[in-house]
Design a binder for this molecule. Structure first.
Ligand code: NCD
Length: 327
């Protein structure tokens, strides 16, 4: 046989999908996404939901390994990534307690990342320092997914938040979204506010003075021409909102605990407050909740926070598949 193909590339099995824009990418900040990226990932997440509902699992990521490294506490983000990888037939190195890893012996973040990428194909990282995942991504040859970098960003949460808004209300354009609580330290708010700028929305930021949205995020949102309002009174906005995005006051971020005590119960969303809200609207929360949403609201059909956290698994299945070139 004539052998004139030596050196040319051959495709064996399924080639990675290079056209999604996600293959081999780090997921560091929502600023990297376009509207088309979101439409794409939401479509894949819909497929993942259908797979889970129909058959529970698939072997799309069989043979792939995820390292899940959490330097801060987590229930939903870590377990939904682990479940996502497991349901796609992959496996996970879970380091949920860095205290028991060599971090305790003084190992640096770059060295920890270099170690894990020699075993895994993709790394999910939560870290207390703003910018930590960007640093990790600089050193890593494998994709890094930011699962929260201190008071910075939480891009995968914002994706699942938008996916939930779309699933609950059928659209994102034209909505009035109010974010309430700890807008200063809440990284989910920073990511969500930025991501919403891709859509035609109005935003209201509701917080006490000391927990206002950071100026850099506010300026970015304004620079995108969005109509924004700030208030400290949730009654001001409740009648007109389509999405009420409630957040926990982030105790662990306060240097002064007396200041935390002063604002920790500033807002409590109660059935009485919701009487003044639209019939078709949603209440969301990244969770965990402390006291800011009354348990009496959990059975209200507008309370979407438990559906929201389930959506996290579908979005993370979609992201893992896309980053690994299988979606
Ligand atoms: C959030 C976080 O870690 O930023 N939780 C989450 O990932 N769902 C919100 C919080 O901790 O309050």
């Amino acid at each position: 046989m004539e052998n004139d193909s030596v050196g040319s590339m051959k495709t064996v099995g399924l080639a990675p999908n290079l056209s999604s824009g996600f293959y081999g990418q780090d997921i560091i900040s929502v600023l990297q996404f376009s509207r088309d990226n979101l439409t794409y990932i939401f479509g894949v997440a819909d497929e993942m939901r259908a797979i889970v509902r129909r058959v529970g699992a698939s072997d799309l990521l069989k043979g792939h390994v995820l390292a899940c490294v959490f330097y801060e506490p987590s229930t939903r983000t870590s377990s939904s990534f682990i479940a996502a990888m497991s349901r796609l037939g992959g496996t996970v190195i879970p380091i949920n307690e860095v205290r028991y890893s060599s971090v305790t012996k003084g190992e640096s973040l770059p060295d920890t990342i270099r170690t894990l990428e020699s075993y895994a194909d993709v790394i999910v990282l939560r870290h207390p320092d703003v910018g930590a995942s960007e640093v990790a991504a600089e050193y890593a040859r494998k994709p890094i997914i930011n699962a929260g970098d201190g008071v910075g960003e939480h891009p995968t949460q914002a994706l699942l938040d938008l996916y939930t808004i779309r699933a609950e209300l059928g659209q994102i354009d034209g909505l009035h979204v109010a974010m309430v609580g700890d807008l200063r330290y809440g990284r989910t708010v920073h990511s969500l506010a930025r991501l919403l700028c891709l859509y035609d929305v109005r935003m209201t930021f509701i917080s006490p003075e000391i927990l206002r949205l950071p100026l850099d995020v506010m300026n970015e949102v304004k620079a995108k021409g969005k109509e924004v309002r700030e208030t400290y009174d949730v009654h001001d906005a409740i009648a007109d909102v389509d999405v009420l995005y409630v957040t926990r006051v982030q105790r662990e971020r306060f240097a002064d605990q007396a200041q935390y005590e002063a604002v920790k119960d500033y807002y409590v969303i109660t059935p009485e407050l919701l009487e003044g809200a639209k019939k078709k609207m949603v209440i969301m929360h990244p969770l965990p909740r402390v006291n800011e949403i009354s348990y009496a609201i959990d059975d209200d059909s507008r309370a979407a926070y438990f559906r929201q956290m389930e959506n996290g698994m579908y979005i993370r299945m979609a992201l893992l598949a896309a980053v690994l070139g299988k979606a």
